[in-house]
Design a protein around this ligand. Structure first.
Ligand SMILES: [Fe+2]
Ligand SMILES: [Fe+2]
Length: 307
């Protein structure tokens, strides 16, 4: 390993107010008291591996601005939704994504303190998304959101199913991704259903996915290369090829998602066709049930706290 950047302790935590949206029964926003301090999260928090860690950090760098973009894209059409069930789903979606955005911001701040320049990546993705907002019509932004929600849904479904992948993550980061993964699958239909309600154009939905995919991977690889370079690991060829192979090689973590990704292009596709009900049931109990591993870290809304 290369010379490590000095690790300054941090007490970065999610310490924010819960969103105004009322918790919805089907899509409940859950606020978790994460602790991403340097004492609680090792520098190479995925398999003690710089390549895998920087890949996940690059992903995380997209979430605060990215999920804010999703919220705005869906919120734009909120008044056009008349179905009460979908209206409730939209509130739950906004609440969950707002909290994801804040939790990843807290993680990203802690990673920046550890010497990864996630603040710069966050700034750059923010600039890119503000440009998209300026030049692209709202329906295009909603189609991009629905497409990226498809990505998040199939990626997080895989995380919930692949114990061998999740056990590489250090405990608090595993908590972060398990919480996020459950909620992504709880709300995976919402942006799609809003899109179907206000447009429904198959050609726009399928057409937008192609540049979205190209830009998504260009950004991820670019961001990861910057993180590896800053960490002095960019030319660690053996390690990086091994990591690339683990993610994108034959039977790689991302490669195995290809059939589910391609389902998006079926004209009659709906996110619920990937049935995750039983999986979610199991994980909700494991994480948030009576003896759930995250139950004690959940921060109750003020209205539910004992006076
Ligand atoms: Fe999210
Ligand atoms: Fe989402």
């Amino acid at each position: 390993m290369s010379a490590m950047t000095t690790i300054a302790p941090t007490t970065a935590k999610v310490a924010t107010k819960a969103p105004a949206a009322k918790a919805q029964a089907k899509i409940p926003p859950r606020r978790i008291d994460f602790n991403f301090s340097a004492e609680n999260v090792p520098r190479y928090y995925v398999g003690n591996d710089p390549f895998l860690t920087t890949f996940v950090t690059a992903l995380s760098s997209l979430f605060p601005e990215g999920e804010f973009f999703f919220v705005e894209a869906v919120r734009h059409y909120r008044d056009r939704i008349t179905d009460p069930a979908l209206k409730a789903d939209v509130s739950g979606f906004i609440g969950q994504e707002a909290l994801h955005s804040l939790a990843h911001k807290a993680f990203n701040d802690a990673a920046t303190v550890q010497g990864f320049q996630v603040d710069k990546l966050d700034r750059d993705i923010g600039n890119l998304l503000r440009l998209v907002k300026r030049v692209a019509p709202p329906i295009f932004q909603l189609a991009v959101t629905a497409g990226l929600e498809h990505y998040t849904a199939i990626f997080t479904e895989m995380l919930l199913k692949r114990e061998d992948v999740m056990e590489l993550f250090s405990p608090e980061i595993r908590n972060l991704y398990l919480w996020h993964s459950v909620e992504e699958n709880e709300h995976k239909n919402v942006a799609f259903d809003v899109y179907q309600t206000v447009s429904g154009s198959y050609f726009l939905r399928a057409g937008v996915m192609i540049p979205t995919t190209v830009i998504f991977f260009a950004v991820i690889f670019g961001f990861q290369a910057r993180l590896l370079a800053k960490d002095g690991q960019l030319l660690n060829v053996r390690q990086n090829i091994k990591g690339l192979n683990y993610i994108f090689g034959f039977k790689g973590v991302f490669s195995t998602l290809l059939p589910k990704y391609l389902d998006w292009f079926k004209p009659n596709f709906h996110p619920s066709h990937h049935d995750t009900d039983a999986l979610l049931e199991r994980w909700r109990e494991t994480l948030f049930g009576e003896n759930g591993s995250l139950t004690s870290k959940m921060i109750k809304p003020k209205s539910q706290k004992a006076s």
